[in-house]
Structures are given as structure tokens and as C-alpha cells.
Design a binder for this molecule. Sequence first.
Ligand code: SF4
Length: 441
Amino acid sequence: MANPTLKLPVIQNWSCHNCGGCCREHLIEITEEEKRRIEQQGWQVSDGISMERPVIQKIAHGRYRLAHQDDGACVFLDEQGLCRIHAKFGEPAKPLACRVYPYAYHPAGNRLAVSLRFSCPSVVQNLGQPVMEQAGTLQNLGSQVVAEKKTETAAPLIHRDSQHGPQQTEWSDFHRFLEAMDAAFADDTVHFAVRLMRVLSWMDLVAQSQFQTIRGAKLDDFLELVSNASVKAQPDNELPVHRPSRMGRVMFRLMTAQFARHDTEAAVRAGLGHRFGLLTAALKFTTGLGTIPVLNGSASVAKAFGSTDDGDSTSRQTARFAAVEREFFCRQPEIDELLSRYFRVKIQGIHFCGPAHYNTTLIDGFHSLALVYPVVMWWSRVRAVRNGRSMVTLTDVQAALATVDHNFGYSPALGNYSALHRVSLLAKLKQITALVGWYSR
Ligand code: SF4
């Protein structure tokens, strides 16, 4: 389909503030054509590039990526945090992956849904030009990202029904689901966790339904019905708080570690030592006893949000697993705004299911997205404890969300069978709802 209509996240602003974070945190795979182009650019020591190793590394047969400097930064990142290819040859000369970040494009019938990665500190903080004003540039980039035939992929499944088989809709009906979900998160008259509980409860009803005959206007009626039922089931300000089960807590802690895992080239180069550290940390997260291990953090998150409120890392305290389970003051309007914007951008941009999220169904993908909330609140609490506070701040949540979204939908560890099975099991045992309630208090 030629020139699909862009579906832009209307609530988001973004401009690059040249923090250099993406050039440190991401390994950039390039095409054969980009490899040829960079080789023809003729980079020399006089350009500030160390020629001790090639600027392009082979990953596997026919697959290449940009090399990194000893400190982990992209080989083309200069001392001012700017890209040398951009400076010398202009923005179009860079690999497409670098030009597109932090945007992500997802074909959706006659639309092209655009989402953003909250691993970029400017996205988390909503800094810069409204995305709506960047439509021309985004259309241009989108046409390069998505080959025409790929816009004709089928809509993700709604769910897999064990009796009636996979539940699939046309794209037009799939968009109806997205619009209903988006409307539920847009309701800022209630606390964010209430909105999330409501959508989780109407997903339970969707999971029990078949959609062979519920289409078009009938689907609108169905979605209105389940939405009204969820509002009745979950009143405005009465969040049910139940301590998650022991099994739920173990599965959840393992997930928090996977979401915060940060494999940069520098970490990978550390080899066995790095793997041993991960194994030791995994054991601690399984038992949930003693002190929470300090994981290899993101340099851009530390630069944008600091490791402590006063920026003094020497004042950092240790955090014990038990300390994170107590009540915190974390229901603040600015935190609700951030979380609601995050969920709406991911839903509008179809960045939580289908090809953008390990080919999961709408329901399974939404369960994974829902878990981002307790995971982010858990890491925000850890940061608060390490700073000697019993109150979670907006900066804590921004730092946690930037860390977690780096992996959401991208980390192989979160997309393998056991990780996805864990999410399904948590949903089946009603532990996602319990975790949302527990970490919202
Ligand atoms: S992380 Fe975001 S703000 Fe920083 S350089 Fe990359 S795109 Fe720009």
C-alpha cells in the first residue's frame, strides 16, 4: 500500500538534546549498502578516529555493526557528544537506525503507527518540539524504514482461544481496541493505577470472547460495555491492595532484574566476569534476601537523572529487598502524567504487541506492558531508598522508566519462551493486578 497515513502520538514532544546517550547505549547494526557508504567516506586519524581497530565490525555472515571506542561510545561519537558522520557529511549520511531513533514505526493496515522509545531522556521528559509538528520529516523517514509490501501485514491476534482458535480481526477493528484502551488511559480524573486496573479487568472479558461476529459497530458496543463494567468493578479511589503471592513475588523480582539489565559493548567485552556478575545477581533476585545488587547502569540515565538527588554518588546508601516493600508516597499528578503518556504512546504506536513485541497477541502484549508499571515503581523505590527517602520523586520514575524501556520489546531475555510464559502465568494467577495495587501504595 503506497503512502500509508502516519498515526502520530499527539501527546508527545521530542527534540534531540545531544546527550550522546543513544550513541553509548545501543549497538547499531548496518546494512551492506550503509557499510559500503561508510567505507567510502574514507575516515582517517586526522578526523579524530582511532584506527587501531576497524570502524565496522562483523557480527555474523553478512551482518555488520558500528564499532565502539574503549569507553563504550560509538566509534563516531566526538568529545562534544556529536556524530562525526553527521558533522562531516550531513544527517542523511548516517545509518538509518541512528536517523530514526528514538522513533519506531509499525505498519498498521492503511496507517503507519509511530511510537517513541523512552530510553531517550528527552522523550521521558517530554522535551522539545511537538511530534505533530514533525510530520513531514517523519513521513520521509517512515517511507525509508518500511518497505511497501510490509504495510500489508495482518493485524496482531487479539488472543489465542484454546477452544475456538486464534482470534483475529481486520486492522479497522484492531484500531477500535487501541482507541478504547487509549481513551481509558486518557481519563486523568482518576489515579493512574485505577486506569490500569480497569483496562486489565476489561482485558479479562476480552479474553473470554470470540470476535468472528463481533465487528464494526457491534465491536464498538462490546467495548463500551466492557469499559463500563470495568468502571463499576474498579471504583475511582478504592484500589485493592493485596500482597502478591510468594511465587508471584519471585517471578516479579526476576523480571525486575531482566528489565534493568544493561548489556553495552563495554559489558560484553568484560566476558566471563560480566556473566558471573549476572548469575550472582540473578540468585539474589530469586531469593529476595539481603541487599539489592547494584546492576550495571545506563550512562545516559545517570547523566540525565543523576544517581542521587544532589548528584553526589558518595552519599549513596545500600537498599535491602525488604525496604522496597513498605509504603511509599508515590501518588503524584506529575508521575501519573508521565506514566499515562508512556502507556498512551505505546498503545497509539502499537509498540506493545505484534511484531514490535515478540509477536505477542494484543492481550499478552498488554499484560507485558501492564507489568512495566510495577517494575518501574519497584526500581523507583530502590532509587529512593538508596537516597535515604521514603518518597518517590518524578526523577526516580523518569530514571527507572528510561532504564526499563530500553529493554521493553527489545531485550532477547524478555522475549524468550520462559519470560513470555512467566507473564502469562502472572496474569492467570491474578498477580499482575496484585503487583499493580501493591506497588502503587
Ligand atoms: S538519547 Fe535522545 S537526546 Fe540523547 S543523543 Fe540520543 S536522541 Fe538525542
